[in-house]
Design a protein around this ligand. Structure first.
Ligand code: ME8
Length: 487
């Protein structure tokens, strides 16, 4: 999984570099995080299957006060705490069949720090870093300063807590200088923001103008941060540290940057709506200042809500994805994320809705269809059906090229219904008894149809697709139900 190539690679016909956000390791990941990763994974698998060389980056955002606080509360050394949490992240990704290429940790002094330091130096050389005093309302949950107008009833809208008033020496980044260039790049689609509603939100924000932002913290507040070059009293603040992961992981700033040369600019950053401003304004401004190309696409997803609230570690309404995987299997969780939630909006999830969708569309839908077809194949076909190679249908790829994984899943389920209807219409299990040859032809066609569905569904339900393709190859019924009904 950590197949880091350090030699100069020949550029393949097309590369696809996709990133997830890097997660705060102050607690285990919840369903919202599993959602982000599943969206990334489906798109990464799609680009791999269509022949592109994919690099899929994920990781942990470790240099934060949240982590120090969490380790302290559990009476653990910060390093030990981080190692345990990172193992938990990777365990979840493995249970969910997430096909990532690298897991970057921002506490990694060899892999990440040189990139953050190199970028800071570039911003300084460009004359875009200057010292100042910051005073503001700070939400430690968001690790962000807010103005009064950002708050609802004086509270952070995400953490529902009153921010603290803080005054301190900081270095600032001249974000204001880049407002109009970024706006122009977004308008021209050079930095494409999906969906349009989020693009418009960013354009409105840029239209109002951006203030310069604080880019460092006193070291006494964040002892685990990356030191500011030339000032031992300050550490690089969270965004100039965290956002840099997208290039430090590729070797930027390390002297060995073959991966950077090969994969940057990123084809797609996937992120939730709460960190849009950082990715659509601060990150592009940093890259422009450092004269580095901008990422091509930002896909902004909504929140998985539970009872109408964002599922959040701070609010405490989290569902543990591992429990759901234990009960239903990874594919069922991936199915719900893909088909039952729009990638562009919030989606609510309750255990009841989950079970209902599972029974209707996996147990009855795909599971039932696959077992009916394979039962006929095993009973009436003497040999396995050869599967012709085929590419994805145009409609399916169109949705995936638009990052609309939900519509792509709808397309698969419409194909499942079509095949179901075709069985009802032709009744090959009856036909084969009166006209063996024609009956067998019908069954073979169904097996081929099922293989096409497996090919597409493999992006979303990789374990199920493997089982279906194996059954087809062996011309055998499944030894157990693909999706046992839950009552
Ligand atoms: O924001 N539903 O980390 P994080 C959907 N370290 N997505 C959710 C969610 C929910 N209920 N809750 C969180 C950070 N997310 C920073 C990122 S990137 C350079 C630094 C998403 O662990 C959230 O929107 O708080 C974000 O995209 C990701 O999970 C990580 O959240």
């Amino acid at each position: 999984m950590f197949g880091l190539k350090r030699k100069k690679d020949v550029k393949s016909s097309k590369n696809f570099y996709i990133t997830s956000p890097i997660f705060y390791p102050n607690a285990n990941l919840h369903l919202g995080h599993a959602y982000t990763m599943t969206v990334c994974d489906i798109l990464a698998r799609y680009h791999k299957v269509i022949g592109e060389e994919v690099y899929f980056l994920t990781g942990a955002d470790e240099n934060t006060g949240k982590v120090v606080k969490a380790a302290f509360e559990q009476n653990k050394d910060v390093g030990v705490f981080l190692d345990e949490i990172s193992k938990g992240f990777e365990n979840l990704f493995s249970r969910l069949n997430i096909s990532y290429s690298q897991f970057i940790r921002t506490s990694d002094k060899e892999r990440h720090w040189p990139g953050a330091i190199a970028l800071w130096k570039k911003l300084t050389e460009a004359g875009d870093i200057y010292p100042g005093t910051y005073s503001g309302l700070y939400c430690s949950g968001c690790e962000s300063f807010y103005t009064e107008k950002d708050l609802i009833d004086g509270k952070c809208s995400i953490h529902l807590s009153v921010p603290e008033k803080i005054e301190e020496k900081n270095y600032f980044f001249k974000l204001s200088k880049y407002t109009s260039v970024i706006k122009e790049k977004i308008e021209k689609g050079e930095l494409n923001i999906i969906p349009d509603s989020r693009r418009n939100e960013v354009l409105a924000l840029l239209g109002r103008g951006l203030d310069d932002v604080s880019f460092s913290r006193p070291i006494k507040n964040v002892p685990h941060g990356i030191p500011v070059p030339g000032d031992s009293e300050q550490v690089i603040y969270v965004w100039c540290d965290a956002l840099v992961n997208y290039i430090s992981a590729l070797g930027f700033g390390e002297g060995e940057d073959a991966l950077f040369e090969k994969f940057w600019p990123a084809d797609l950053h996937v992120l939730g709506k709460d960190i849009l401003r950082f990715h659509a304004a601060i990150w592009p401004a940093m890259l422009l200042s450092a004269k580095i190309s901008l990422p091509k696409n930002l896909l902004i997803h909504g929140f998985i809500t539970s009872g109408g609230h964002k599922m959040s570690k701070s609010i405490g309404n989290v569902i543990n994805p591992i429990d759901l995987i234990d009960e239903y299997g990874a594919d069922a969780v991936r199915y719900y994320f893909t088909r039952e939630i729009s990638p562009f909006d919030d989606g609510d999830m309750t255990k009841e809705k989950f079970k209902e969708a599972y029974n209707a569309n996996l147990s009855n839908g795909l599971g039932n269809l696959a077992s009916r077809i394979m039962k006929m194949a095993e009973t009436y076909l003497p040999t396995p059906t050869p599967i012709p190679t085929s590419s994805f249908p145009e409609e399916f790829t169109k949705h995936l090229d638009n990052f609309d994984i939900q519509k792509a899943a709808d397309f698969i389920w419409s194909e499942i219904s079509r095949l179901d209807e075709s069985i009802q219409k032709t009744e090959p299990f009856k036909l084969v008894k009166v006209d063996e040859k024609r009956g067998q032809e019908e069954i073979k066609n169904l097996v081929i149809g099922l293989s096409r569905i497996a090919h597409m569904v493999g992006l979303i339900l990789p374990e199920t697709a493997d089982k279906i393709l194996k059954a087809i190859k062996e011309n055998k019924m499944f030894s157990s139900s693909l999706f046992p009904r839950k009552d």
